[in-house]
Structures are given as C-alpha cells and as structure tokens.
Write a protein that binds this ligand. Structure first.
Ligand SMILES: *[C@@H]1O[C@H](CO)[C@@H](O)[C@H](O)[C@H]1NC(C)=O
Ligand SMILES: *[C@@H]1O[C@H](CO)[C@@H](O)[C@H](O)[C@H]1NC(C)=O
Length: 182
C-alpha cells in the first residue's frame, strides 16, 4: 500500500500528540522470542498514550486461533463499563518472531508490534512504530506485567530500556489497575 493511501487511512488518528517528525527508531527486540510462553494474560502498567485506550484496568490476553493467527483480546473499564476489543496478530517473518504485526479496527492495516524484551513470567515491553514516508511517525509503547502491580524498580528498568533505544517516554502514563468491580 502506498504511504499516501496509508496516511489517508490514519488521518482520523492525526493530532499533534500522536505523530512525530522523523522516521521510526529501530530498537532491538527479544532474542529467540517464544510465542507459546508469551501467551495468556498481561496487565497494562504504563503506556505511551494511545487515543484508543483511555480506560483503566486494561488487560490483554494473547492466544492462538485455529488458523494459526494470534488473537489479542483487550479489555478495559471506561466510563464504568467493561469494554472489549479484539485484534489479530501475525508473525510476518518467522526469522524475526518478536516482530509481530497487529491489526485492530483502529489500526487499519497491520502495524508493527515488537516485543522488545520479556521474561514471559513477569514483564513485557512492547513497541509499535509506523512511519509515513520516513517523514513522520506514530509510536505507541506498553509496559505489561503478569500481575496488576510491578515493582517500581522493574518499571524503571523497562523505561530505561526504551530510553536506551531512542524512544522518548516523556509522555508515558501509568495505567490504573484498581477496579473493584472487575
Ligand atoms: C485468553 O483467551 C483464551 C482464548 O479465547 C481463553 O481460552 C483463555 O481462558 C483466556 N485467558 C484469560 C486469562 O482470560
Ligand atoms: C513517540 O511518542 C512519544 C509520545 O507521544 C513522543 O514523545 C516521541 O517523540 C515519539 N517518538 C519517539 C521516537 O520516541
């Protein structure tokens, strides 16, 4: 798809807060990424703001569908209601298994969804960046955990990793994981 066409599809997302000048950085990803170990439920601890996820108690459950694609089921509490969204993940190049592509209704074509690091049992750092003609880019990032709480030193470690990869985390926000009515 041409960059211009893609740009038109992305236009609804355009706002001063979501796009940034210049091409995407190319961070290192988790070596020997093992998708099987990665499956299951993760809690969102911090994120670089995404216009489509403003709620609290955001969770994501990764599983494999019968057709081999990855199902990404997210849920969040927004305005006191539990809302779900379903996305699809693929591994475009089996030699680079940590570089997934995902598509949600709000990401029209597949966009990069890279697992920068994970130990599978506590922490995962995900980065998504799409550039348009190398002129500007959109980027999102998520610090995910297997439990609703991550110790501050682990959060610092994850943020330092993003900084070291040239990702500006100034706008990163904490996700509230306190929901009594879950
Ligand atoms: C995650 O999704 C799969 C497939 O829909 C389901 O079988 C599993 O129970 C879910 N896990 C959690 C923790 O919700
Ligand atoms: C990524 O997004 C953040 C927050 O929206 C922004 O500050 C930053 O410049 C963007 N680009 C990179 C490479 O970090």
């Amino acid at each position: 798809m041409s960059g211009v066409c893609f740009l038109l599809l992305m236009l609804p997302l355009l706002s001063a807060q979501t796009y940034h000048w210049g091409p995407c950085p190319t961070p290192k990803v988790q070596p020997n990424f093992n998708l099987q170990q990665y499956l299951g439920k993760w809690y969102e601890i911090e994120k670089l703001p995404a216009p489509f996820a403003r709620g609290k108690c955001i969770e994501i459950n990764y599983s494999i569908r019968r057709d081999g694609t990855i199902q990404l089921l997210t849920s969040q509490i927004y305005k006191d209601k539990k809302r779900h969204a379903e996305g699809t993940g693929v591994v475009p190049d089996p030699r680079e298994p940590a570089k997934l592509g995902v598509s949600f209704s709000y990401f029209t074509p597949y966009v990069p969804y890279w697992v920068l690091t994970t130990d599978y049992t506590s922490l995962s750092v995900v980065y998504s960046c799409t550039d348009i003609l190398r002129i500007f880019h959109f980027n999102y990032s998520w610090i995910l955990a297997r439990s609703p709480y991550l110790p501050p030193e682990t959060v610092r470690y994850a943020k330092q990793l993003l900084i070291d990869e040239g990702i500006d985390i100034f706008r990163m926000t904490h996700t509230d994981q306190n929901c009594k009515d879950k």
